[in-house]
Design a protein around this ligand. Structure first.
Ligand SMILES: C[S@@+](CC[C@H](N)C(=O)[O-])C[C@H]1O[C@@H](n2cnc3c(N)ncnc32)[C@H](O)[C@@H]1O
Length: 274
């Protein structure tokens, strides 16, 4: 009898042992694989972790760059004329997207936005009106009340189809074609007189000029209102919205007292470095 036949004989004599051995083997097999797979996972997770940390760091650096760029663009808008800003963004429209993203991030931190109040005010008007939103940003007013009123939205760059691109000191619109003109946080350029004069040109007699601005920008609210009045308006309303914003309403009248009166001044609204 050879050794091989010996083993086969033994196997035949102990079928239950063989069965157990087979079960054990089956158990061990997948276990080893599992350990290997787990090891590989740990290694992979280690690599993933490093990759994730790297991505986080890149994300953080990008955020800082974007917020620095936003502050630069914001300051630029407050320290140049409308036509300079228009030329600047025409050459680099990506800057405008960066500005708008930065602005939208700021708005998220505000307890209220005067735009909301303006929209509610427009929603309450029963007749269909011609509304011009100057420095409209994403044209939220048109989005909200575009079905109810004829809204035209103007900004330096058109971020969507609702926006007409222009410098608001030179509007592509007829004299006396608007019932309401809105400047919501958009009196940014250094040539404020040109913006107000242009708003008056496109307004009908009796039409409303609505201005919402950051309270801290005013050198003197009284002087500001007097200056606008002298340019051919009468003030019909003034309201403080929380501590942050002031809202004014002026009505266009026929008579202009002065085309460039003293006192139409606003300080730039600069954001703190974070
Ligand atoms: C602070 S954002 C406010 C946007 C929007 N009105 C709101 O309340 O959400 C000011 C906007 O005015 C626009 N703007 C500033 N100067 C402008 C000009 N000369 N002509 C057209 N838009 C101007 C800016 O491009 C910007 O979109």
């Amino acid at each position: 009898m050879t050794a091989n036949t010996d083993v086969t004989e033994k196997k035949k004599k102990r079928p239950w042992r063989n069965k157990l051995a087979e079960i054990e083997k089956k158990k061990r097999g997948p276990k080893k694989k599992k350990y290997r797979a787990e090891n590989e996972n740990i290694q992979k997770n280690g690599e993933n972790l490093e990759e994730e940390e790297e991505l986080d760091a890149i994300g953080e650096a990008k955020k800082k760059l974007d917020s620095g760029r936003f502050r630069f663009l914001n300051e630029k808008l407050y320290t140049c004329t409308g036509s300079e800003a228009y030329d600047f963004f025409k050459q680099d429209p990506t800057s405008f997207q960066c500005y708008h993203k930065g602005f939208a991030d700021q708005v998220k931190k505000w307890p209220n936005h005067p735009l909301r109040e303006i929209i509610q005010w427009l929603q309450k008007k029963s007749e269909k009106l011609s509304v011009f939103d100057l420095g409209c940003g994403e044209a939220k007013i048109a989005e909200a009340v575009g079905d109810k009123h004829n809204v035209r939205s103007f900004d330096l760059v058109a971020v969507n189809d609702r926006v007409e691109s222009c410098d608001m000191s030179k509007l592509p619109a007829e004299d006396g074609s608007a019932d309401i003109v809105i400047f919501c946080l958009s009196l940014m350029g250094t040539n404020l007189y040109d913006f107000v004069r242009e708003a008056r040109r496109v307004l009908k007699i009796g039409g409303i000029l609505k201005i919402a601005e950051v309270s801290s920008r005013f050198v003197s609210v009284k002087m500001f209102c007097e200056a606008i009045s002298k340019m051919g308006f009468e003030m019909s309303n003034r309201r403080d919205l929380t501590d942050y914003f002031i809202m004014f309403e002026f009505r266009k009248i026929a008579k202009i007292e002065k085309s460039k009166p003293f006192g139409l001044k606003l300080k730039p609204c600069l954001y703190k470095k974070r």
